[in-house]
Design a protein around this ligand. Sequence first.
Ligand code: ADP
Ligand code: MG
Length: 688
Amino acid sequence: MNLSDSVEVLAGIGEKTAETLKKYGIRTVRDFLYNLPRDYENFASPTSISEMRPGKVVIKGKIDSLSSRRARRRNLSVTEGVIRDSTGAVKVVWFNQGYRLKQFSPEKEYYFTGNYELKNGRYSLISPSAAEVADIGTRTGLVPVYVAHGRLKSHDFRRLINKSRDKFNQIPDLLPSVAKGTRKKALFYVHFPNSLKVITPAREYLAYEELFELILAAKLNRQENEKLKATPVPFNKDKIKEFVASLPFKLTNAQRLAAWEIFQNMEHPTPMNRLLQGDVGSGKTMVAGMAAYEVFLSGGQIAMLAPTAILASQHYEGLSRLLELFGVKTALLTGATKHKVELKKQIKNGEINLVIGTHALLTDDTEFNNLTLAIIDEQHRFGVAQRQKLLLKSPEGLAPHLLAMTATPIPRSLQLTVFGDLDVSILDEMPAGRQPVKTKILKEIEIEEKLYPEIRRVLSLKPDSKGKGHKMHGQQVYWICKAIEEGSMGDAPVSEVTSVKKRTKRLQEVFPDRKVEFLHGKMKPVEKDEIMERFAEGEIDILVSTTVVEVGVDVPNATLMVIENAESYGLAQLHQLRGRVGRGSSTSYCYLLTSGDTWPTKRLLELEKSNDGFYLSEVDLKMRGPGEIYGALQHGALDLRIASLTDTKLISKAQKDVAEFLKKPEDMVKYKELMSGITKYQQITTLN
Ligand code: ADP
Ligand code: MG
């Protein structure tokens, strides 16, 4: 067995299962073994049913009388049954877990653990987790819980990993300087702990390996980048001062500092590789504009890549007006651009200094005369290959300086470690006069009574003074739904979620005198742009949309946002979405709608409390681990599953060991497994 073999070599994994696993990024044996439990259930010492007390219980028994029904209210699915042991019987209920119907067979024995509580006037076991007694076999009642992937539930992963038990022996060590067999032992204990005590050190070892790989990858990246050549851009203090003085506002200190860091960086003959991160609305575009001006002064060309046509034209409108005054010839290049051939000629012969565009910039026939700076906005929206394409457009033998921008704040703890070898500028200060968005959690049943009147009120408020639309009646509203068409449905069955189209219809009935339209990812780009433009113009009052509006669109007159099924989004994403409002001078509101079945999650409570993206990213990191942040930051990147980047002790150990390891680069080839592992991280920690 090879760790890089397809999962299909493992017992019990056929074509169909492999297909499902692949969808969730589990392709190889390695991926499968590193799909670690998210938690453990302790089924040791179950209680007999007759002795159960309210609260968390573990019982062991057989289950029968299983059936599913839809609750009348709000489309909830309810699966019920009866669990029996030799002492008695208890009712069991699951909500929205229809698959439970098929999980059990009546003659087999299972462990169940969950809350025994009063529900609708009767004590029942509520949504317990369950494991087949035979599956646990030699385990000591300690059972791993895996994240469900589509139709593959935790118990399926348990069954499959059980079948691969004997394979662990073949796992080779990864790192130099550890005792033989450390890795396989650690992996085995994590999946098959024989006591609670073994889990922590095993995970810690795996985390250490992961950090080692990650830090090594970052260091190698930096070394590689330093081998490249770029055109140095001299700092032109007087001209920059003049430009800054012409701006309609005063730069924030954070903007000044970031610009200065960029100027310093571009003076070198090696390419800048810098990430500019700042919360939504912190003014990243202007920093990019200053960098562009500086490069223009040195005679170089600048390309600015944005993920959508709307965003590209917003940047174009914002920057070209200011820059043209200083002689910078600026052009917009999107799919909809007319006279493309002519424009591309001007780019090629250098008549155009700054091109702002979308993917249209990346085609082979877009050639530059002297591309010196590449700016990528919302860089996580682009794949590695796309970014690479842009970077290859500089003159032979040279790489452009790269300024990547993101509104996903990276927690500071992560910056020092993972991104320690990446240059980062931070805008941690908002332009003066911004008002925080008033955020409130609402239950779905409060829509009619509380939310509709509030929307009606906002729709009739005087348009915001910063709004530029010509057709505005009043202020405007975003209503975000989990679209059925989007792949981001998570585990929620389609029927539990109100779709964009259904919600639009409903709102059209409730607000017949207003224009309600929808937007989603499956629409053609031109259709999307048209809707967005009409919304910006004030022609649409309520825009019902999926998360496609997430990207930095600027409609200052939109002052209220509703996020339906708020509990199903990550914290970073919710914060990003919310950043679409609060861009004008009026007070803005964000309503987070939840089903109200359960207590609001910590995520939502934190969001209600804070408007600070950096603070929220720290909270997010603590709650979910760093993997998700990477996921959001880097398109298609693999996550860090194990390491906690708040573990500074482990990090400094890994850093020290990497430095030691790098002293003998000739040794590196010896560690094949390590080298193939870090390739993956190199893609994450590099921007190019
Ligand atoms: P983001 O960082 O989200 O990309 P933008 O660059 O789109 O933010 O800026 C948001 C808004 O703030 C724009 O309308 C921009 O003109 C304005 N802005 C930028 N810098 C300042 C500043 N220093 N003072 C006031 N307004 C500013
Ligand atoms: Mg932006």
